[in-house]
Design a protein around this ligand. Structure first.
Ligand SMILES: [Zn+2]
Length: 318
């Protein structure tokens, strides 16, 4: 059987998986994003992770067709490196030739949201074809777009920085890439934690404030758990995020005209609590001909989408 290695590089951790041609992850490994300013040292951490995964597999070397990498950033025209990424130490580092030389096999690179969209289009909820927009909501926001099975790369080797669409022009928060009031300032896991901290303190007896006092922090995961348990403040925070995402999705609909929007990434664990206000905001703010027929659902591959999509680059490029 043939396999490809999928590497999903994120701002805080990386997931590495051996994926078969049916999109199943047969072995996996996870590592923290290396804390170093030296690009070679950083890449060597990923090399070590890939070697550990390969060493644990009992397959012939020839069955591993190559390595696919998804990066949270812009992809250079020669597709050998990324820039303006969430892992700045790797910006402009020649990742593809370096990994090819280390492993003596084919290496492909693409944007992380694009590969998540490819995974959903081939193996997940987007298998029906058409115009599929996939939004990943985690520490950042990525947008990938696949039309009739073909990944779209409109600018900067991906869908541009669509997660930085301005939704709050009077916003007082600046994102790490320098814009004010963009979607990433109000609808990521980091924004959720920030709002939970502020609003929790205003309501001293709230579950979120009690959790903060008990553990010293409020995580997005805890806020989502509290919302599912019916906590009013947590539900309100998730609802607000859904409204922001709905505003952005309305603009994306007007520009790209998707038939289906799938929402993935860590924050999508909020499920319908997030999707319902997103849908209603789109209906309230958008042009009927664009937004009325668009289905908004959860992505089905969860946190594996980036890994599976990265591996798919190898299958489909070969
Ligand atoms: Zn921004």
């Amino acid at each position: 059987m043939n396999f490809a290695i999928g590497v999903d590089i994120g701002g805080s951790s990386a997931k590495i998986g051996a994926v078969d041609a049916s999109g199943s992850v047969v072995k996996r490994h996870r590592l923290l994003t290396p804390d170093t300013n030296d690009p070679v040292e950083a890449v060597q951490a990923y090399v070590k992770g890939i070697r550990q995964l390969l060493d644990g597999m009992t397959v012939e070397r020839g069955e591993i067709l190559g390595i696919g990498v998804g990066m949270p950033g812009q992809i250079q025209p020669d597709r050998q490196s990324a820039t303006w990424s969430n892992v700045p130490v790797l910006d402009d580092f020649p990742l593809v030739p370096y990994l090819s030389q280390q492993f003596d096999m084919a290496v492909c690179l693409d944007n992380d949201a694009t590969v998540a969209a490819i995974a959903e289009a081939y193996f997940g909820s987007g298998k029906e074809g058409g115009r599929l927009l996939v939004i990943t909501v985690g520490t950042g926001i990525g947008v990938g777009f696949v039309v009739d099975g073909r990944a779209q790369r409109l600018t900067r080797g991906c869908m541009g920085d669509a997660g930085h669409i301005i939704v709050d022009p009077k916003g007082t928060w600046q994102c790490p890439l320098g814009c004010w009031g963009c979607l990433e300032t109000v609808a990521t896991s980091l924004a959720l934690e920030r709002e939970a901290l502020v609003r929790g303190e205003e309501q001293a007896n709230s579950t979120l404030n009690q959790q903060k006092l008990a553990s010293g922090e409020i995580t997005a995961h805890r806020v989502i758990e509290a919302a599912h348990a019916g906590d009013a403040l947590a539900c309100d925070l998730i609802r607000n995020m859904g409204v922001w995402l709905g505003l952005a999705a309305t603009s994306w609909c007007h520009i790209y005209g998707p038939d289906l929007i799938l929402v993935g990434g860590g924050v999508s664990a909020a499920g319908e609590l997030l999707l319902e206000p997103m849908r209603s905001t789109m209906k309230k703010t958008g042009m009927v001909s664009y937004v009325d027929a668009v289905a908004v659902e959860l992505a089905s591959l969860g946190n594996d989408a980036g890994m599976i999509g990265a591996a798919s680059l190898v299958f489909y490029n070969l």
